[in-house]
Design a protein around this ligand. Structure first.
Ligand code: FAD
Length: 633
């Protein structure tokens, strides 16, 4: 039988975006032999696509900013469903992680006095996003990669081998995790370029695989985001939380059809862009929800003054958290006030000079010019919601990033909890750095704790992983389904039935459809050889997409309220009785997704004290607040 390539490491990091690279750098720094594995080319990850910036309360532009303000904004953005400990660690550690990036060689845009510049973004009280034009992710990935290379050069100087302590396996897709008893023992995958199979024996694995957006038809996500890490974790016995919460970014391109879903950065609004309907009206003023009424401008004049005098005016409602803006756009289009191609207008042309637009938003300028033949310095853009980010992910212990499975860690978009029901823009890049570092440290500490006694990979498990990976080829003989057709059906089902506005009967229909598609997917067949065979790759990805979609639909059907990235037509209000409940998913084997309700750990009292009682009352039940600051009116 076929020889399977074998490698041994202390820590294997699956994913080479910001979370994976930061985790690997940390594990290597702690003296661990580390592998970085990525399905795409090294450098090609969602992180590289990030535009707007990285949120950290450095207070460079407004000195009133600090971790407590950032913490409050993050909890409000997530409608108080966030894991408060993760939000606390994130708010406290983000500035250090950004400064540290500069020690690796990053160069962010500057303020006039030479500090790292920070820009405004939805839901953030002060200008907070460290950025490099609208190409922040590119600088972040470039820097982290450069750091990996410099560590490899250090190792070469010492050992004569660049890859002695840190090695990158790119275009390598992991399809299975191995366990020894209840512990992680390794993983299995294939090289995309040759189709060769490979196994990694390692006591600690960090999942940093990013999101799940490719299960939706209209998405800003690219082909890699098939929920692999979510599914690998589930099958290994870990749990997922918050899977009902998906972020539909309010502004994706809507036209031409070939580029529908591609992101239009929130920086356009942060830098002054406004949303208008077909009647020319700035409709967002009509959509400020009660919980945010005190924090947003009520007139266009006040909103406009805020850009130059933020201390004495309230922010414009175009900068509400993303879930609010996406729902508002959806309502305007439904009410017949949309743009010709079914979106709304995003206007920066009448707000900034052409020079300013080209300087601040160079990628957006080129994106619209090249893809839609629209000059955004002269005309408005047409935009609409696009599936962008999954708040849900692997349930982890906040400080170490370890999942329920000993030796299995998760960081970045694949981890759940940090963002609650809705993520604020800019809070992902900082999340990657903070929890990437923590996962690398957690994995190292775990390996140290094993004191040399390593879990062993069972040969039977390797054989079944191999059989499973090659199954689509044997199906071909029996004439199975085409994976591309199956994927399209899944994407349409999720888009139409578990999309931005949800109803019980539609989600029940979706659950059934996803289960039917999953049955059919078992017999997807591919032809041709194993080298660079996209049909084969997709056939294997589908298994993950289906499992994750089942989780999303199941959790969405269960949660009978609307909150953040989960909007129910049949339960339109936010309900305090649901705030303290997490929906926890586990899987007994392939398709058997199990859901339980779990109480959230209550917020530490001194963190609760950072909020006014009047605000807490909008989110918490009276019973929960009963004992807190007793006697306060
Ligand atoms: P990613 O960067 O997505 O990397 C995932 C890695 O896992 C990749 O290397 C991939 O190849 C690998 N992988 C996946 N599956 C497998 C497998 N089975 N085997 C091996 N490898 C695998 N956030 C912000 O904070 N600010 C912004 O301005 C911003 N702008 C954005 C703009 C766009 C267009 C998009 C799409 C997102 C944006 N986000 C932004 C969100 C943010 O970029 C992502 O949430 C974040 O980059 C995710 O990082 P990650 O490290 O978790 O994963």
């Amino acid at each position: 039988s076929e020889e399977i390539e074998r490698h041994e490491y202390d820590v294997v990091v699956i994913g080479a975006g910001g979370a994976g690279l930061r985790a690997a750098i940390e594990a290597r720094a702690q003296g661990k032999r580390t592998a970085i594995i990525s399905k795409s080319l090294f450098g090609k990850a969602h992180t590289v696509m990030a535009e707007g910036g990285c949120a950290a309360s450095m207070g460079n532009v407004n000195p009133n900013d600090n971790w407590m303000v950032h913490y409050r904004d993050t909890m409000r953005g997530g409608k108080f469903l966030n894991n408060w400990r993760m939000a606390e660690l994130h708010a406290k550690e983000a500035p250090d992680r950004v400064w540290e990036l500069e020690t690796y060689g990053a160069l962010f845009d500057r303020t006039a006095d030479g500090k790292i510049s920070q820009r405004n973004f939805g839901g953030h009280t002060y200008p907070r996003l460290a950025h490099v034009g609208d190409r922040t992710g590119l600088e972040m990935i470039r820097t982290l990669q450069q750091k990996v290379v410099s560590l490899q050069q250090e190792d070469y100087a010492e050992t004569g081998d660049y890859e002695a302590n840190i090695r990158v396996f790119h275009e390598t897709t992991i399809t299975e995790l191995f366990k020894d008893g209840d512990r992680i023992a390794g993983c299995f995958g294939y090289y995309r370029s040759t189709g060769g199979l490979v196994r990694f024996d390692a006591p600690a694995i960090v999942l940093a695989t990013g999101g799940v957006g490719k299960s939706y038809q209209v998405t800003s996500n690219s082909w890699e985001y098939t929920g692999d890490g979510h599914a690998l974790a589930l099958r290994a016995g870990a749990t997922l939380i918050n899977m009902e919460f998906l972020q539909f970014h309010p502004t994706g391109m809507v036209w031409p059809p070939s580029v529908k879903g591609i992101l239009v950065t929130e920086s356009v609004r942060g830098d002054g862009g406004v949303l208008r309907n077909s009647e020319g009206k700035r409709f967002m003023f009509e959509y400020v929800p009660d919980v945010f009424k005190d924090q947003y401008a009520t007139t266009e004049e006040e909103g406009d003054r805020w850009y130059t005098d933020a201390d004495n005016n309230r922010r414009p409602p175009e900068l509400l958290p993303r879930d609010e803006v996406a729902r508002a756009i959806n309502s305007e289009v439904k009410a017949g006030r949309g743009s010709p191609h079914g979106g709304v207008f995003l206007d920066i042309a009448s707000r900034l000079s052409p020079e300013e637009i080209q300087k601040r938003l160079p990628s957006m300028y080129h994106q619209f010019k090249e893809l839609a033949d629209v000059d955004i310095t002269k005309e408005p853009m047409e935009v609409g919601p696009t599936c962008h980010y999954v708040m849900g992910g692997v349930e982890v212990e906040p400080d170490s990033a370890m999942s329920k499975v000993p030796g299995l860690f998760a960081a970045g978009e694949v981890a759940g909890g940090m963002h609650g029901s809705n993520r604020l823009g800019g809070n992902s890049l900082s999340d990657l750095l903070v929890f990437g570092r923590r996962a690398g440290a957690g994995a190292s500490e775990y390996v140290d704790g094993l004191a040399g006694v390593r879990p062993a990979v069972r040969i039977d498990d390797v054989t079944s992983a191999q059989e499973r990976a090659l199954l689509p080829f044997s199906n071909a003989v029996e004439g199975g389904e085409n994976p591309f057709v199956v994927q399209l059906e899944l994407q349409k089902t999720m888009n139409d039935l578990v999309g931005i506005i949800r109803k019980a009967d539609e989600m029940e229909q979706a659950l059934k459809a996803v289960q039917d598609i999953a049955t059919r997917a078992k017999s997807v067949a591919v032809e041709g050889g194993r080298a660079f065979n996209p049909g084969w790759h997709l056939a294997l990805d589908l298994r993950n997409m289906l499992l994750v979609s089942l989780c999303v639909a199941k959790a969405a059907l269960e949660r009978q309220e609307s909150r953040g990235g989960h909007t129910r037509d049949d339960y339109p209000a936010m309900d305090a009785d649901w705030r303290h409940l997490l929906l926890v998913l586990s899987a007994n084997g392939e398709d058997d997704v199990h859901l339980v309700r779990q109480e959230q750990v209550p917020m530490r009292p001194e963190l609760l004290d950072l909020f006014e009682m009047d605000e807490l009352k909008k989110y918490y039940t009276g019973e929960e607040l009963g004992g807190h600051r007793a006697g306060e009116a």
